[in-house]
Design a protein around this ligand. Structure first.
Ligand code: NAP
Ligand code: MG
Length: 492
């Protein structure tokens, strides 16, 4: 077992670097490996086995076997629930180790990994533990001498492809409901962040997950990801990532008409009216955009602030942004960690450049890389932004917020909707009528009123338009992983 040392001196064990197929840790068929880096330093953390088509084929065969034979299909729904409960318990029991591993591999602050990622991951397993034996069919009062009833059956072998921003959290959102419904899984974590997924695979062995039910294959999108989404024996693919990748996945899935659900990007409007509770709105605007280094699909990156308070609000926001402590992810005092990769950091700095040069927006604070080692970016606020500018329309996926002025409710609903995306939105006002009008008027899957980034495994999450389709969480995600079967009994 390797051990990584964070710049703070913290030691983090890296126990597992192999593929997890059919209940065993194995090398890639090709023998290839790839490096996962520490974004705080750019140093190699570990060499991880690199799955490609041959490994995906093997994992899909194992998942198909586990779906059709052996203990899993015979397991009662209640026992599947117990298994999910156990996985939740194991995440809790190993939370500190997992949180450190997450902070090390992804670059997020340890406090966020501890207080957000781990409870969210365990909580998702606990929530679906409760659902497993409550996925009920119905009896339908049809005409004629029949008994007609429905059953909800697992969709089968599911391929799941996830991004790097909440590595264990996204894994939980994908695996927990799939297992809850009785599916088997082949999951590919993002190439940048494979480590917590592999540690989770060890927890699957500890929990007694039957072999082949959960397979975890680190690798690259163009090879392992494409092999999963194009595989003729995968029944469904669930994807979280960029819309352009979503399109590639849909095309690949068309081959065998796989079921598809997509959770894609966003450019969410966060709307502050003159009559808002200002300190709360400042806090919400901050958390809305700077949480997780801005690498959040539902980040409130288009900040609409009404004219009467606009100038003071943006100034105060910039003051608070300047006070954010950017630093080593493993340090308890750090509030903003490293961007996940050099590529991501350069993309963000590129957009900051576009904002100043091409869009001619006003840079109020930030705008620079922090230090020369690791991938840190200053919290950045732009003002005097027009909703049509590139920095207002394209997903930056970093700690960059653009402030846009508005006058009326109708104007801001129209501008809020003027985006290709429709993932989330925020509204800040003391006027309950206004709040509901805006919440109903915005074409987005989630609207937060006088709060931002509130989540619960019980509440559905997902997008309109280019933010994807299908919902995660809540009872809604169960539709992604089940088929309805209608059964007719003749009573003559
Ligand atoms: P991405 O580039 O689309 O990658 C996501 C996953 O897809 C990775 O595992 C990637 O593999 C894989 N992939 C890439 N090309 C593929 C292909 N041709 N076939 C199959 N799989 C392929 O997205 P990202 O940059 O990692 O993540 C950021 C994006 O995710 C943002 O747009 C963000 O808004 C979105 N996101 C959405 C939600 C949501 O719930 N709506 C949540 C989090 C993030 P590699 O490892 O090779 O990259
Ligand atoms: Mg890494």
């Amino acid at each position: 077992m390797a051990t990584a040392t964070a710049p703070t001196g913290a030691k983090v064990p890296i126990r597992q670097t192999k593929l997890f197929i059919d209940g065993e840790f194995v090398d890639a068929a090709s023998g290839k490996t790839f490096a996962t880096l520490n974004p705080a330093t750019g140093d190699v953390l570990a060499e991880v086995a690199e799955a490609d088509k041959a490994d995906v084929d093997k994992a899909v065969r194992a998942a198909r076997r586990a779906f059709e034979s052996g203990p899993y299909p015979k397991m009662s729904a209640r026992d599947r629930g117990r298994l999910l409960q156990r996985l939740g318990d194991l995440i809790v029991e190993n939370a500190e180790e997992l949180a450190r591993l997450e902070a090390l591999d992804n670059g997020k602050p340890i406090t966020e990994a501890r207080h957000v990622d781990m409870p969210m991951s365990a909580g998702t397993f606990y929530y679906y533990a409760g659902w497993a034996d409550k996925i009920e069919g119905t009896v339908i009062p049809v005409s004629g001498p029949y008994l007609n009833y429905t059953r909800r059956e697992p969709v089968g072998v599911v391929g799941q492809i996830i991004p790097w921003n909440f590595p264990l959290g996204m894994l939980a959102w994908k695996i927990a409901p799939a297992i809850c419904c009785g599916c088997t899984v082949v999951l590919k974590p993002a190439e940048q962040t494979p480590l917590t997924a592999l540690r989770f695979a060890e927890l699957c062995l500890e929990a007694g997950v039957p072999k082949g039910v959960i397979n975890i294959l680190p690798g690259f999108g163009e090879t392992a990801g494409a092999a999963i989404s194009g595989h003729p024996d995968v029944d469904k693919v669930a994807f979280t990532g960029e819309w352009k990748t979503g399109q590639i996945i849909m095309r690949a899935a068309a081959g065998n008409l796989k079921r598809v659900s997509l959770e894609l990007g966003g450019k969410s409007p966060n709307i502050v009216f003159d009559d808002a509770e200002i300190p709360a709105a400042i806090k919400g605007a901050m958390a809305g955009v700077f949480f997780n280094q801005g690498e959040v699909c539902c980040a409130g990156t288009r900040l609409f602030v009404q004219s009467g308070i606009h100038k003071e609000f943006v100034q105060e926001l910039a003051n608070v942004a300047k006070s954010i402590k950017v630093g080593d992810p493993l340090d308890d005092a750090t509030q903003q960690g490293a961007q996940v990769s050099q590529e991501q950091m350069e993309k963000i700095l590129g957009y900051i450049d576009i904002g100043q040069k091409e869009d001619k927006a006003k840079l109020v604070c930030g705008g620079q890389r922090v230090g020369q080692r690791g991938y840190f970016v200053q919290p950045t606020v732009f003002d005097s932004v027009n909703n049509d500018m590139r920095i207002a329309q394209e997903e930056i996926f970093g700690p960059v917020v653009v402030a846009i002025d508005f006058k009326s409710l109708d104007e801001v609903i129209a501008a809020g909707n003027k985006t290709m995306y429709g993932l989330a939105a925020g509204v800040w006002t003391k006027d309950i009528t206004k709040a509901h009008k805006v919440a109903h008027g915005l074409r987005a899957g989630t609207v937060w009123v006088n709060t931002y980034n509130a989540f619960d495994p019980g509440s559905p999450f997902g997008g309109y338009k280019f933010s994807g389709f299908g919902r995660e969480n809540g009872r809604q995600v169960l539709d992604n992983y089940t088929e309805w079967k209608s059964i007719w009994i003749g009573l003559n």
